[in-house]
Design a protein around this ligand. Structure first.
Ligand SMILES: Nc1ncnc2c1ncn2[C@@H]1O[C@H](COP(=O)(O)OP(=O)(O)OP(=O)(O)O)[C@@H](O)[C@H]1O
Length: 275
């Protein structure tokens, strides 16, 4: 393994700015069971869009469909369309590996590769994409991703140490660096702070705030204060009745949705009457 050169990463390689996602009439199934129905949602670049709603309403399912991960679950399928700058990501023609390079995902529990060093964790996706060929400027890309994830200064002197030896909050920022290293256009975050302490949560929220300049970000969160703090737009999903699929009830600018929701179901949820 080579050590990264201690020099700033070249600015020209930094992703210039996110992509638009247009989710149209999305329904998703696990076997015969419909989990979400007719979700319509436009996600704009350079914005943070939060998805909130009670447990089981389908927030994670929508995220999975966006980056094709539902295909890894036996019996799961999606109907409708998810347009990523002109390409329907649900089409059979789309290569799932390429799709996941364009759409990165960060999960609820930090999941660094346990036997890999900090450096190799960040480089993992790049090596995968180059099928054994040497990635140009790997050191610089690793450094840039760690800087973007606000982790560089904490790990620059121990890049060979195992990623699993970092704190929970650092591990989550390492996973964000790993996702950013392949320069995705969209970053999906599924409850990225739910396993973290308040200080680490604050660090991730600050990071989300700065990353929105360069990426299209969708965050699923149970924490309404967090949605209010970090997002520009909020989408509220719910399950209308037991056994029914989840539905998107309302979407709008975050400040408006929290101050004057148009739907009673949204108001009941954000005021804590249900959910
Ligand atoms: N792998 C799976 N197999 C079968 N059903 C699933 C699977 N994953 C989710 N579901 C079902 O799909 C529905 C939506 O689940 P999903 O995890 O998307 O909801 P969620 O809003 O993200 O929930 P939470 O907030 O609890 O994480 C639920 O009824 C759930 O039980």
């Amino acid at each position: 393994m080579r050590q990264p050169a201690h020099r700033p990463a070249p600015a020209a390689t930094v992703n210039a700015g996110g992509a638009r996602l247009d989710i149209a009439n999305l329904s998703a199934y696990y076997g015969a069971r419909k989990a979400v129905q007719d979700v319509n949602l436009v996600v704009e670049p350079k914005q943070v869009t939060a998805m909130i709603g009670p447990s089981g309403c389908g927030k994670s399912t929508v995220l999975r469909c966006v980056n094709g991960m539902h295909q890894t679950i036996p019996g799961a399928r999606a109907e409708g369309a998810i347009d990523l700058d002109g390409v329907n990501v649900l089409s059979d023609q789309v290569d799932p590996v390429r799709l996941r390079r364009r759409i990165g995902m960060v999960f609820q529990r930090p999941n660094p590769f346990p036997t890999m060093s900090i450096y190799d964790n960040v480089a993992a996706g790049l090596r995968l994409g180059h099928r054994g060929r040497r990635t140009p400027d790997l050191d610089a890309i690793v450094e840039r991703a760690l800087r973007q994830a606000n982790l560089w200064h904490e790990v620059r002197d121990r890049l060979k140490a195992p990623g699993a030896g970092l704190s929970g909050g650092q591990q989550q920022r390492l996973c964000i660096a790993r996702a950013l290293a392949v320069q995705p256009e969209v970053l999906l975050m599924d409850e990225p702070c739910s396993a973290l302490d308040p200080i680490s949560t604050l660090a991730i929220e600050d990071l989300i705030f700065t990353l929105r300049e360069q990426y299209t970000i969708v965050i699923v969160t149970h924490n309404m204060q967090q949605a209010a703090r970090v997002s520009d737009v909020t989408a509220f999903l719910t399950v209308p009745a037991v056994g029914e699929p989840g539905r998107l009830v309302e979407v709008g600018p975050t400040s408006r949705l929290f101050s004057s929701p148009t739907q009673k179901a949204t108001e009941d949820y954000i005021t804590g009457k249900v959910g």
